[in-house]
Structure formats: C-alpha cells, structure tokens
Ligand binder design. Sequence first.
Ligand code: C5P
Length: 232
Amino acid sequence: MGKDVIIACDFSSKNDVLTFLDRFTGRKPFVKIGMELYYSEGPEIVREIKRRGHSIFLDLKLHDIPNTVKKAMSVLSRLDVDMCNLHAAGTAAMMTSAIEGLTRPDGSRPLLIAVTQLTSTSEERMKNELLIDRPLDEVVMSYAQNAAKAGLDGVVCSPLEAGKVHSVCGSSFLTVTPGIRFAGGDVGDQVRITTPADAKTLGSDYIVVGRPITAAQDPVAAYERCLAEFVG
Ligand code: C5P
C-alpha cells in the first residue's frame, strides 16, 4: 500500500466541492468526505465523486450498538468507497460487527480505520468527563491495539504518534494522520502539527490535508507540494 495525500473536502455543497475538484485536471486526488458534505448532499455526492475517478475516505466515524453499525456498514460498502471509519470506543464487539457488515459478498471491503481519542479531547477532559484516568498516550495505544485485534486496518492519529502505533500494532497497520501544515503556513485551530515532510519521516501512511490545500491561492500547486514532500 503506497503513501498518499488525502484532501479533506470540508465543503457544505455539491457545487463547492465539484468546482474545487474540477481544478485537478492531472492526477485525481484521494478525497475525504466528512459529515458536513455527506449530511448536506447524501450518498449521491459519494457516487458522483467516485464516478469522477477519485479514491474516497468516507469519514463518518460510526459509533453505535454492534447490530446498528453492522447494518450501516453494509449500506456504506455498496457506495464503493476505499476507506471508512468508526470510533474504537464502541468496543471490540462493535468493530468486529463493523467488519462483518462492511465485507461484500465477494469478500472485498473498504479499508476500515478507527478513531482512538479525538484530538480535540485533552487528557484533562478525558479524566474529568470520561472518567478515564490513564495517560492519553496509553489510551490511544490501547485503543489502537483493540482495533488491530478486531481486524481493522489502522487508526487516525497524529503523525507524532505514528511510529509508536507501528511499533505496538505492526508496520503494516495504517496510520492516517491529519494536523498537517506547511513550514511557515497558517496553523488555524490545529495544535500538534507537522509538515508533510516530517509526517513522512515519522512514518505516516496517509496524510489528511484540508485548509492548506482547500484555502490555498493555488490548490493544485499546494497539493503537488504535499505530494512532493510526502510521497517524494
Ligand atoms: O483543514 P485541516 O487540514 O485542519 O483539516 C484536517 C481534517 O482532518 C479535517 O477534516 C478534520 O475534521 C480532520 N481530523 C482532524 N483531527 C482528527 C480527526 C480528523 O483534524 N483527529
């Protein structure tokens, strides 16, 4: 599995996302569709972007009882996406059911990635509100191991955690890493950031890049800079 740059298409309308993607006349980028776009445009936007030749990471972060997640994953598997995700906090039973639901009759399935702890959750909030007393890093690695044992393909994490995830879960267990900024670029609301080049050095398998590409003067040039730094 090769390293790749995934563009977070955080747009709220079909028109905005298709206008953005029309700029990419050469290589078709791997695209992340999140809740905002999916909830506003529905499954048809996934089919449309797939028809245009893009690989798709459908970032809906499922978290419910095992049977519900299994049935929802079965529906999503028919959308022919390349990667989708869930919350590891749903437990191993939920993750196992998710894989069952996601597996198509011919045995194929999209990659399934787990969210461990959201990067917006601080250790303090985890302790005070979720009543989890262990250090955040230990929780992330333990959830990653649960995901690996359940047969998932990887986790969403910071590039700063990618090396440790690989050492705990194996080098083929994927690390999909947001929080990417160019050197000297606008940080926005991200806190623990790395450049595409550093993410490569740290061992990320996929980088997820939103605003450094979507808000750039020249998004295609920004995408190509990411590819050059990360894929080489
Ligand atoms: O614009 P930016 O590059 O910050 O976008 C990063 C993308 O990755 C957004 O779609 C954000 O929701 C997502 N993400 C994240 N941190 C996580 C999980 C997902 O930034 N832990």
